[in-house]
Design a protein around this ligand. Structure first.
Ligand code: FE2
Length: 385
């Protein structure tokens, strides 16, 4: 192990919110095969395997792979599989949902304080504050409920000097992987899909528990195609470091993509994670070379309409079109975004790649139409439209 590298936590302790939240820490998936899912994240998404926990480190019930981005080691994905029939938390999740996000975490100044405040304001407890320790110190964490089967973890690494968390060691193996660099910089936002009539409930729950605020609200008719529609609310921390859009299916002529998710995931949960980049054209070009599949292109008319607008686009529109990257103009700023196809077998979890320009702060509302039409083409192939 290289001395001094610690993947736990976020680099800056400065923040401006009442809950002491410093920023996103790790996101943990439960998977049927952590090794293969970790390999996909290494080969296709361009992350490095940096820490491991499993039988080789004395853990016989589960195995976990921690992946981090070479462009920003604080962007971390943890992937865990059960090794025993009695690994109930993982097996129960797997049986119902397949592969998916079990928890996302934020580093906080003081776990006990954040946890107590959240409970006082209505959060449902999952795990009380506790410390896990080894020779390098201790990590403190606690968690609260989110959606049907997900959790938000409050964690603090101030008293830990080890690689990631107690129990994790440098990988005992090395994969020789040929891949293009993807320059992934961190989590921009994490989106949940919830059941009909639950959006307001979960938006209020998060706003109260974490002292967040509702940023935007898309009602009936705002986001729809001929076939399907959704309602959407974005809640975020008041300093905007944590952004959490929530979608709910809304009645359309046919089955909405949110409804398809709920049916196939068997409940509410995390729909996608948006990852920031500072050069989306290179990132997407390289992700494609690595084998990542993206949603199909919007029609040519989409780019023709954009090219007529004068908003100071820095990128070459032909390159954006070649890569099917979507553009949403927002006042003086704009954002560039693209969505992968679902990464697993079920049409549930996918990634978004996003680049914000000139202070754009939205989520691509102007692209929802194009995005929906693209998803509907895939839904039709699955017989779910
Ligand atoms: Fe998004």
């Amino acid at each position: 192990m290289e001395m001094g590298i610690c993947y736990g936590g976020v680099p800056t302790k400065i923040h401006n919110n009442t809950m002491g939240i410093r920023g996103y820490d790790f996101v943990e998936f439960y998977s049927g095969s952590a090794k293969m899912m970790a390999y996909w994240h290494a080969k296709a998404l361009g992350l490095d395997i940096v820490a491991y926990k499993g039988p080789e480190t004395g853990h016989r019930d589960r195995t976990s792979y921690l992946l981090a981005s070479p462009a920003n080691p604080q962007f971390k994905i943890l992937i865990t599989s059960a090794l025993q029939p009695s690994t109930y938390d993982v097996n129960g999740f797997q049986t119902r949902h397949g592969d998916g996000v079990k928890r996302w975490s934020v580093e906080v100044d003081n776990v006990e304080v954040t946890y107590a405040k959240s409970l006082k304001n209505g959060a449902v407890p999952v795990k009380e504050p506790h410390k896990i320790s080894d020779k390098d110190g201790y990590v403190e964490m606690a968690s609260i409920r989110l959606y049907d089967d997900c959790e938000i973890v409050f964690i603090n690494y101030d008293n830990y000097k080890g690689l990631f968390q107690p129990g994790f060691e440098p990988p005992h193996f090395k994969w020789e992987i040929n891949r293009e660099e993807t320059n992934l910089k961190g989590i921009d936002h994490i989106v949940g899909n919830v059941n009909i009539n639950e959006m307001d409930y979960w938006a209020n729950y998060i706003n109260r528990s974490l002292d967040f605020e509702t940023f935007v609200h898309f009602g009936p008719g705002d986001i729809s195609t001929q076939y399907s529609a959704l309602l959407s609310k974005v809640v975020r921390s008041k300093d905007e470091i944590i952004k959490n859009p929530i979608n709910e299916p809304y009645e359309g002529l046919k089955k909405s993509q949110i409804e398809e998710y709920i049916n196939e995931y068997h409940g509410s949960g995390i729909q996608h994670i948006a990852i920031m980049t500072t050069d989306i054209i290179t990132t997407v070009t390289n992700l494609r070379k690595n084998g990542v599949e993206f949603l199909s292109s919007p029609p040519d008319t989409y780019y023709e309409a954009i090219s007529k607008k004068d908003f100071g686009l820095t990128e070459d529109i032909e390159k954006l079109k070649e890569n099917s990257i979507l553009i949403d103009v927002e006042g003086k700023g704009y954002l560039l975004q693209i969505f992968t196809k679902p990464i697993g077998d079920r049409p549930t979890f996918f990634y978004e790649i996003i680049q914000r320009r000139k202070g754009a702060s939205g989520f691509g509302q102007g692209n929802f139409q194009a995005l929906f039409e693209s998803i509907e083409r895939d839904q039709e192939l699955r017989g779910n439209l």
